[in-house]
Design a protein around this ligand. Structure first.
Ligand code: SAH
Length: 371
């Protein structure tokens, strides 16, 4: 183990999970409860200047200054939509850009957080896929998005908590960045940090089955599944990860997660509505069949177009017919209102700016992806 007290290198505390922060305090010969005090300063009060951390002794503050750095993300660009949605383009070390979106509603404020720079999954209807994949985000780059949003929205004032919900639905596949994502989500939910309810932190996945099997033990959160098609043939085309984890493997894994989870009693099924592709009543009938024993609510997402996209958004009337069929058959169905599309902040429009992408072709990278 590196002797931190002797090491010249500084630790970025934002890049540590809660357990690791505790461990860090042990290594610098401090009591573990000191780490709780620090976590409160960082994540409850948004304070990064050690001199403002008044309940830490002068000598501890000096020690922290010597061994620790607190590297926050840099805002490259902030844009507000006509509907109140805010999009931040953030610069991360290495010069890459990632995107975070805040969506205010009457009864909640939802922050949509990215987990990777780009994405390796190549879903045919998603613009992030066209950017290719560059790298995973670190814990600090993930939790930093919530930190910055709070700072910009005045959320470190205890009487003003604009961000009530977090969805891991920005760029990337969160279950392919398992460690950093679960540790960051645990900071979101910890009472000494952001204190969000576990029912209000949602991980959204295309269906990385082995990682889903491990999720509950590491971080118990609400679950959304990007299903988008009611049969393997069509899903292979839209979400190529399906070739590795087909529907008959995926849905039982989702049910097992729900059984074990205290945060998720039902899964949110995300279903993008693509004109003439997956939006016919015949598809709704198939959906009814495969979901009959899955506790779920179905969220229909009108397709958001982007340059060179090969699909067209389903007509409103068709979305309504599709929804009505499912409702008649006992499902809870919502249609997502498209928010922030005037600033390219809607689902599937987040592209950031991926440099040095390792993948440019539209081939399926699934076997190169480790989980
Ligand atoms: N990889 C994860 C997280 C991304 S979430 C996942 O697949 O769930 C982003 C959500 O927006 C997913 O449900 C995704 O399928 C959906 N989406 C992607 N592109 C879209 C587009 N062009 N229009 C509407 N929804 C889209």
């Amino acid at each position: 183990m590196v002797d931190i007290q002797k090491s010249e290198e500084k630790t970025n505390l934002f890049d540590l999970g809660l357990e690791e922060i505790k461990q860090f305090f042990v290594e610098i010969d401090e009591k573990p409860f000191r780490s709780t005090q620090l976590v409160k300063w960082l994540y409850q009060h948004g304070v990064t200047d050690f001199d403002e951390m008044t309940n830490l002794s002068k000598s501890l503050r000096e020690k922290l200054k010597k061994h620790v750095q607190l590297e926050a993300l840099e805002i490259e660009h902030e844009e507000k939509s006509n509907d109140g949605t805010v999009k931040w383009v953030l610069r991360i070390p290495g010069g890459q850009l990632i995107e975070t979106v805040f969506i205010p509603e009457a009864d909640r404020g939802t922050l949509c957080i990215s987990s990777q720079v780009g994405c390796a999954l190549d879903c045919s209807f998603c613009s992030t896929a066209q950017q290719g994949f560059n790298r995973n985000l670190s814990i600090g780059e993930i939790i930093g998005q919530l930190w910055l949003a709070n700072q910009r929205l005045g959320g470190f004032d205890k009487d003003n908590r604009p961000v009530s919900n977090v969805v891991m639905m920005g760029m990337g596949e969160p279950l392919l960045n398992f460690d950093a994502v679960t540790k960051a989500m645990n900071i979101m939910m910890d009472d000494n940090a952001f204190g969000l309810s576990k029912r209000r932190v949602t991980i959204s996945t295309s269906g990385v089955v082995p990682a889903l099997g491990r999720l509950q033990a590491h971080s118990d959160v609400a679950l959304a599944l990007s299903l988008h098609a009611p049969n393997n043939e069509l899903r292979n085309e839209l979400v190529p990860l399906n070739k590795k984890y087909p529907i008959e493997v995926l849905l039982p894994a989702v049910k097992s997660y729900l059984d074990a989870s205290a945060a998720a009693k039902r899964v949110t099924i995300e279903y993008v509505m693509l004109d003439g592709v997956n939006d016919k009543i015949e598809h709704a009938k198939q959906l009814k069949k495969i979901l009959h024993d899955v506790p779920c609510k179905i969220n229909l997402i009108p397709f958001n177009p982007f340059p060179n996209s090969q699909y067209v958004r389903s007509k409103n009337q068709q979305i309504q017919r599709f929804a009505e069929f499912l409702v008649k058959n006992g499902f809870i169905v919502t249609t997502r209102k498209t928010r922030g599309d005037d600033i390219d902040a809607a689902c599937g429009q987040l592209v950031g700016k991926v440099k040095d992408k390792t993948k440019r072709t539209r081939s399926i990278p699934i076997n190169t992806v480790s989980e």
